[in-house]
Ligand binder design. Structure first.
Ligand SMILES: NC(=O)c1ccc[n+]([C@@H]2O[C@H](COP(=O)([O-])OP(=O)(O)OC[C@H]3O[C@@H](n4cnc5c(N)ncnc54)[C@H](O)[C@@H]3O)[C@@H](O)[C@H]2O)c1
Length: 446
């Protein structure tokens, strides 16, 4: 059993805290967003993640998981402190590390207060861990910042333990990771991590802090590169009538390539890939290294959204005043996260064309309404389909696979479908009477 502190209870911090509590540790969580902590105290989870609310509720009842407005309480109660704050993009693409700096300063000040309490007999050693995705060399800055503020006599290590969980399957990803990457500076920190993660029985890769920081950026960039690569190939398929799914199958069967992340579609989005790639390009440039390969990955990804508009024009001729139905708004299924969602970007493109847009998502409507208040929202997929000229499937939610497409066909003004995620059975849709296509895929192949 360890005592753990979480700074930043967003997607990563809350999942990490709740899951560590489930493993038997005592976890206290702090967030600078007052409302968020108030909600969590009342068992209200600020975002949708399958299975998370049950764990939070149970671990709170078991007195393993706590939420507080006091970072001092977290720091004084916890041997291991995870920094899980956001690292969004600056307009120039660089990672905005101001939240990480702020968290480091707050931790250092809390350490100072802890030391000042003369009555405190607590152990002063603290392991401060970057869990946020950060550019290489951030660990050095975190260490320097804390050293400058924290008084002598406070013994601490800094470490990097990048997070690889995926929204939508975050709980499973925590308990069954492919690997746990840990960057440490000494044996003491390494030993603590070994004890902490022992119950997971997962492969652990120990390295220096800088390498751990790079592993995260390099991994996300590589996955995004796979997506853009298959998307680039899908354009050839569109030109000649080949089938990208079969091509991905043929490629992925080679173990050296692997089948994952070879799904053509409207491109990657979300809170991680786009910003992490921009941050990796930026830090590489700062260090005088060329990562132009990733600029191309970004370019392909941006163009992938425009391909949907082009396909719509091939179906509908003029787009102005046409009713476009968009099904799926989150950047992927099983989340309500719409950060850099391809669906949102596609809606904006159709909006610019003068289209009338109506959309639906099982979980992401409330978040979308905040940023796109001027479009119409349907009660369900059928409501969106009614009188639409074209339906675009932008997120592959399970419930969309089970739709009654005969009913949808009757409801639509013209029977056009674009499957932006290549997850529908285009042959069946064609039999019903739809004119449809995927990305690099049309019905009627062998
Ligand atoms: N979301 C993912 O799927 C995912 C996966 C792997 C890694 N990451 C990385 O983890 C980090 C966090 O991502 P997220 O999705 O959880 O972000 P998030 O925006 O959901 O949560 C960040 C939280 O940090 C809080 N915060 C900001 N400054 C703070 C401070 N000084 N003290 C306390 N709290 C503070 C915010 O209020 C917010 O609640 C990012 O670096 C991200 O790249 C995210």
């Amino acid at each position: 059993m360890k005592t753990i502190g979480i700074i930043g209870t967003g997607h990563v911090g809350l999942v990490t805290g709740a899951c560590f509590a489930k493993l038997g540790n005592i976890v206290s969580c702090f967030d600078s967003d007052f409302e968020k902590i108030e909600k969590l105290k009342k068992n209200i989870i600020p975002f949708y993640e399958p299975g998370l609310s049950e764990i939070v509720k149970i671990q709170k009842e078991k007195k393993k998981l706590f939420f507080t407005h006091s970072i001092e309480d977290v720091v004084s109660a916890s041997e291991i402190i995870f920094i899980c704050v956001g690292t969004p993009s600056n307009p120039d693409g660089k990672a905005d590390l101001s939240f990480v700096e702020q968290a480091s300063i707050q931790i250092a000040n809390a350490l100072k207060k802890m030391k000042d309490k003369k009555s405190s007999k607590k152990n002063y050693y603290r392991l401060i861990v970057e869990k946020s995705t950060v550019p290489v060399l951030t660990g050095q800055w975190v260490k320097r910042t804390i050293e400058l503020i924290a008084p002598t006599g406070i013994d601490f290590d800094v470490a990097a333990n990048p997070e690889f969980l995926k929204e939508g399957s975050a709980i499973r990803d925590f308990f069954y990771p492919d690997r746990i990457v840990v960057g440490v500076e000494n044996e003491r920190a390494k030993k603590i991590f070994k004890q902490l993660y022992k119950p997971l029985n997962a492969p652990m890769i120990f390295t220096d802090i800088k390498s751990a920081e790079i592993i995260k950026h390099a991994s996300n960039s590589f996955l995004a590169m796979k997506i853009s690569y298959i998307n680039a190939i899908s354009r050839i398929c569109d030109k000649v009538g080949a089938d990208i799914e079969k091509i991905a199958q043929g490629m992925g069967a080679d173990k050296r390539i692997g089948k994952d992340f070879l799904k053509a579609g409207i491109g990657y989005g979300g809170s991680c890939f786009p910003k992490d790639i921009r941050a990796f390009i930026s830090i590489a440039e700062e260090l005088g290294c060329d990562l132009d390969i990733l600029k191309e990955v970004e370019k392909i990804n941006t163009e992938q959204r425009k391909i949907v508009v082009k396909k719509a024009r091939e179906f509908l001729w003029n787009l102005k005043d046409k009713n476009i139905g968009v099904l799926g708004l989150s950047f992927k299924p099983e989340t309500d996260d719409i950060r850099e969602s391809p669906a949102i970007e596609i809606i904006k493109l159709f909006f610019q064309e003068g289209c009338l847009i109506k959309c639906y998502d099982p979980k992401a409507m409330e978040n979308t309404k905040k940023i796109l208040p001027n479009i119409e929202y349907g009660k369900n997929a059928y409501d969106v389909a009614e009188n639409s000229h074209l339906l675009i499937f932008a997120t592959e939610w399970e419930e969309f696979k089970r739709l009654n497409f005969k009913r949808i066909h009757k409801l639509m003004k013209t029977p056009y479908i674009i499957d932006g995620r290549n997850f529908l059975n285009l042959e069946k849709l064609k039999e019903i009477g739809f004119i449809c296509c995927g990305i690099g895929k049309k019905p009627g192949g062998l």
